[in-house]
Design a protein around this ligand. Structure first.
Ligand code: ARG
Ligand code: ZN
Length: 424
């Protein structure tokens, strides 16, 4: 145990920029999450005004067949927003009345002693009982590659803006040329349930390999648990609600990586304004994170038959297209398999997921990774899965939901393995 005591507990996550020790954590003391409802269809214009209002942070935009939006309101804007709500005929519920209190209790972390004990016993610090820092996630991937060298390899496919490695874990079928599935998570920094669920999948596919049938062994898996490591670390250290990557600095830093992919880049549902949460960047693939992902995926299009990207929240299984309402020629296959995924997820974890085209079901958003995977890389089964919940905790999903959501995520990718495994 001595060696663990001597090693720095937070193993290096590879960042080349120094930790900004003096940068203060952003407080959400007194901020509220409101679920705002339009009582009639005519009132939906008011909802649309609200979700784009200055001083309103929209967590969940108005989706097709929905009459609610989730908005976070900081205390300094509360009067203005409440006034708008009173005047507009919209109704609302306060879902979280002090966001900082929710943030403070969301993620109980282990003590140093507990972490050392765990690492000594298991060879890594990963659990599915808390949301882990990047160093723990990477330490876990490294442990797997060392422990199962025949089955597991790690490839660094590039580096983030701040120099953190982008680590793809491959689980090999052992047969070259096998059909393959790509899985990623954490394109959006604050959606912590996504990397947690993706690492849950990794753990089951490796450490519990015999429990999941033959088709999971017949395919190759390429898994990038954290597409946006800089944003992820920033959301742990500084701003729990950070979404974009970390290009630049200050309030207007960052590019929305899910608007930066090179298929219908810059269209509806993306922005040219750097301060916006949906800023698409200066050009398609301007960001090292999306460029590395697309380069790697493009070099495996011969075998990749499925692309799955995990986000939160809302409980949706979305397939192309996302840039505008419309469908690829094989819509029927995407829809049929999407429905299978929904049933499997429900059986595995108990949450209901809605299936449909991304723009048709949610809202149009161009430059997403799912559209690129389908439209440019030509990967047949491309899905964005929006994990739990439906806006009661939102991004601040307590840790007891990691395992049920992880089970649902695993069930989803097993459906895809069944679909593409040899002989189909
Ligand atoms: N919530 C996701 C986002 O806004 C949905 C993406 C769905 N895909 C798409 N191409 N629009 O980024
Ligand atoms: Zn997202």
């Amino acid at each position: 145990l001595l060696c663990f005591a001597l090693a720095p507990l937070r193993a290096d996550d590879g960042a080349t920029s120094p930790e900004p020790a003096d940068e203060a954590r952003i407080s959400y003391e007194g901020a509220q999450l409101l679920k705002v409802t339009a009582p009639s269809e005519e009132k939906e214009v008011a909802l649309r005004t609200l979700q784009d209002m200055e001083g309103v942070d929209t967590w969940l935009r108005l989706a097709t067949n929905s009459s609610t939006v989730d908005v976070m309101v900081r205390p300094e804007n509360a009067d203005k927003v409440k006034e708008f709500l009173d005047g507009s005929g919209l109704t609302f519920d306060v879902i979280i009345d002090n966001l900082q209190a929710a943030i403070d209790t969301e993620n109980p972390t282990m003590t140093t002693d507990e972490m050392e004990e765990l690492e000594g016993r298991k060879g890594h610090r990963m659990t599915w009982q808390s949301y882990h820092r990047l160093a723990d996630i990477y330490g876990y991937l490294d442990y797997l590659a060392q422990t199962y060298p025949q089955l597991v390899t790690i490839q660094t496919i590039g580096n983030s803006i701040e120099g953190r490695p982008l680590k793809v874990l491959k689980i090999s079928s052992g047969r070259p040329g096998s059909p393959a599935i790509w899985i990623d998570g954490g394109i959006h920094a604050r959606e912590w349930i996504a990397p947690a669920s993706v690492t849950y999948i990794i753990n089951e596919l490796i450490e519990n390999r015999d429990a999941h049938g033959e088709s999971v062994k017949d395919v190759d898996w390429y898994i990038l648990p954290v597409v946006n490591p800089d944003g992820y670390e920033y959301s742990h250290r500084i701003d729990r609600l950070w979404r974009k990557n970390r290009r630049g600095s200050g309030y207007c830093a960052g590019i929305d990586l899910n608007r930066n992919f090179g298929y219908k880049w810059g269209g509806a549902g993306s922005s040219r304004e750097p301060c916006k949460e949906i800023f698409a960047g200066s050009s398609a693939f301007s960001e090292p994170e999306t460029a590395a992902l697309s380069k790697f995926v493009s070099s495996h299009t011969g075998t990749l038959k499925a692309y799955v990207t995990f986000h939160s929240y809302g409980q949706y299984i979305l397939h192309p297209w996302g840039y505008a309402v419309g469908y690829p020629h094989d819509h029927a296959d995407l829809s049929r398999v999407g429905q299978k995924i929904a049933s499997a997820m429900y059986q595995a974890g108990g949450a209901s997921y809605k299936v449909g085209g991304a723009a048709a079901t949610l809202y149009p958003a161009s430059g997403g990774s799912d559209d690129w995977a389908k439209g440019a890389a030509g990967i047949k089964y491309s899905y964005t899965i929006e994990l739990r919940d439906r806006g009661y905790f939102g991004f601040i999903l307590p840790v007891q939901y990691i395992i049920p959501t992880g089970r649902e995520s695993l069930a989803a990718v097993k459906v895809l393995a069944d679909e593409i495994a040899n002989g189909r």
